[in-house]
Design a protein around this ligand. Structure first.
Ligand SMILES: C[S@@+](CC[C@H](N)C(=O)[O-])C[C@H]1O[C@@H](n2cnc3c(N)ncnc32)[C@H](O)[C@@H]1O
Length: 262
């Protein structure tokens, strides 16, 4: 709770409840500036190389503002990014590229097939799967991936664990003073329903509104995701802990699932 007491909420704002990421999109890169997406891309490339021989086409599902896609493209892959929130996709499209392989972006839902075929590698990172809150939706996600992945392709996605929620995001409060806005964050976890709630209050300097986003995530157990992978046309290759190649467990904050089509 670093600056919470020092920075006060601006008064007399009109509260506008908006869908997750619709307003946060403008500030997402700044809020996530601590995340090393280059290392994340390198980790995924390493994990993929251990499980498939060669790959060229990569689709990043729930790609957000495209920072991972940027580094995958810089590494020479032919990258497509898809996200359901248009303002996140806009940020990705407007990103400056130095390389000559700019990713292609689409707006689309994790539960529907992306507009690509025969992808060698499909990734979905940074808790994005946790936004699918019931088993049917995770099943739809896996069936949709089956429709866009090549027979010898690989799927890699991560989940945030209950350990992560309990240790870092239960009763959490913080405030960020970012360019042109104040951003208040609260998070709490309901153990019974395994639902993680993340609340964002965004106070842009330029208007008199406070934009409120309530993000709801399901904290899946490793066992349940393993079952869903097996029941939806995939073979589980590995579960890794964090950004390692060690077997992942419920005591990791994040686990990586590596699967290939049956
Ligand atoms: C924590 S962000 C991660 C974004 C990006 N992968 C990254 O690493 O920066 C979660 C992302 O999932 C996206 N998302 C959530 N539910 C989705 C769905 N049903 N279909 C597609 N994208 C979704 C959000 O729009 C958001 O961009």
């Amino acid at each position: 709770m670093p600056l919470y007491n020092k920075l006060k909420r601006p008064q007399s704002r009109h509260k506008k409840t908006v869908p997750p990421y619709s307003r946060l999109a403008d500030y997402y890169d700044e809020v996530m500036s601590h995340v090393n997406y280059k290392n994340w891309a390198d980790y995924l490339i390493d994990a993929a190389s251990r499980n498939i021989r060669e790959f060229e086409t990569v689709t990043d599902l729930a790609c957000g503002t495209g920072r991972l896609a940027y580094y995958l493209a810089e590494s020479g892959y032919n990258v497509t990014g898809v996200d359901s929130v248009e303002s996140m996709v806009d940020q990705a499209i407007n990103r400056q590229y130095t390389g000559n392989r700019k990713p292609e972006y689409f707006t689309g839902d994790l539960r529907h097939p992306a507009p690509v075929k025969n992808q060698d590698l499909v990734v979905c990172i940074y808790d994005s799967i946790n936004y699918l809150i019931n088993e049917i939706d995770v099943g739809k996600f896996l069936s949709s991936v089956l429709q866009i992945i090549s027979k010898k392709g690989l799927l890699i996605f991560d989940c945030s664990t209950e350990q992560n929620s309990l240790s870092h995001f239960n009763g959490y409060e913080a405030v960020d003073s970012i360019e042109d806005a104040l951003l208040f964050r609260r998070a709490y976890y309901d153990r019974k329903s395994r639902i993680q709630n993340n609340l964002f209050e965004i106070y842009p300097e330029e208007d008199n509104n406070m934009y409120f986003e309530h993000h709801i995530q399901r904290i899946w157990s490793i066992q349940k995701i393993k079952e869903l992978i097996k029941n939806n046309g995939f073979q589980l290759m590995a579960v890794y802990g964090g950004f390692t190649f060690h077997r992942g467990s419920e005591s990791d904050d994040r686990v990586q699932f590596i699967a290939k089509p049956l």
